[in-house]
Design a protein around this ligand. Structure first.
Ligand SMILES: C[S@@+](CC[C@H](N)C(=O)[O-])C[C@H]1O[C@@H](n2cnc3c(N)ncnc32)[C@H](O)[C@@H]1O
Length: 270
């Protein structure tokens, strides 16, 4: 099975719901909010800035474009109807926020429409990420800002000692759910080819805290996928999920991944 996030709207509703719940849990974790705050809160935007999130999922990160980046309005574009419905349900009362179904490679927006475009953990899932970067260039105003943040997926780990069996679930999950593990190591070249001027690049270490809610969704989805692929019997998958939960209760669970953010600008004269 290829990365389900790359064509989420075509997956069955139960899988879209499961992924939406995992994304929502991730969005709400304080350590994840801190990462978004670190790269979104010092952007220089004009007054009345119009912002767009490509791959907006459940809409929480789209809301950050108002609260953290200071945009006046924000639109979230997303191919999964389940995600769009959930975002509208959560944020429908806020007139500054809108959500719609669409593809980041062909947004349909007019040239030079936005002051800020954000891709938060989108590009790793898109076959042909260059097309999304070029589309962002087209729809940004000259002087407009592109903000990209994605995982550096090869750093994802739950390993606490040599030969830790939980590590295999993480490695398997990443192999099944990410199209390009190396996106943030390749992004500078893509930005330069599209005509962007690169700005700040930062690394953000994410350590699962407290109940490790999001990391447990990764463990569970990895274990269930291994059962589907007949790599594990269901009883073994349940035992590994229980192991992760025992570690959380015993405060021995460790989950970590590096995220990398990159800011870029469409030059004023281009
Ligand atoms: C990992 S989720 C991140 C969602 C949100 N940005 C967040 O951080 O909570 C990736 C999202 O990108 C969406 N996506 C995948 N391919 C896309 C494309 N070609 N155009 C727009 N969105 C896409 C998926 O449907 C999914 O909702």
């Amino acid at each position: 099975m290829s990365d389900p996030y790359s064509d989420l709207g075509a997956q069955d509703t139960a899988l879209q719901e499961r992924i939406a719940a995992a994304m929502e849990a991730r969005c709400l974790e304080p350590a994840q909010v801190a990462i978004r705050k670190a790269y979104l809160s010092d952007l220089k935007l004009p007054g009345n800035a119009r912002a767009l999130e490509l791959g907006s999922g459940t809409g929480h990160v789209t809301k950050d474009l108002l609260d953290l980046a200071g945009a006046e309005t924000a639109h979230g574009l997303e191919p999964s109807p389940v995600m769009v419905a959930r975002a509208q349900e959560t944020f429908g009362d806020d007139a500054r926020l809108t959500f719609g179904i669409g593809d980041a490679r062909r947004t349909g927006f007019e040239d030079a429409s936005f002051d800020l475009v954000l891709m938060h953990t989108l590009l790793c899932h898109v076959p042909g990420p260059e097309d999304v970067v070029q589309e962002a260039f087209r729809i940004l105003k000259p002087g407009g800002v592109l903000a990209i943040c994605d995982g550096d997926y090869n750093t994802a780990t739950a390993q606490i000692a040599d030969f830790d069996p939980l590590e295999q679930l993480i490695r398997f999950m990443i192999s099944q759910n990410v199209t390009n593990l190396w996106i943030m190591r390749q992004i500078s070249g893509m930005l330069a080819s599209a005509g962007f001027e690169a700005g700040a690049r930062r690394g953000h270490g994410y350590v699962a805290e407290g109940e490790a809610t999001y990391f447990l969704t990764v463990i569970d989805r990895g274990a269930d996928r291994m059962v589907e692929e007949r790599l594990l019997f269901p009883e073994t998958a349940e035992a590994l999920k229980a192991e992760a939960r025992r570690r959380v209760s015993a405060k021995t669970f460790f989950g970590f991944m590096t995220y990398v953010s990159q800011i870029a600008t469409r030059p004023l004269n281009h």
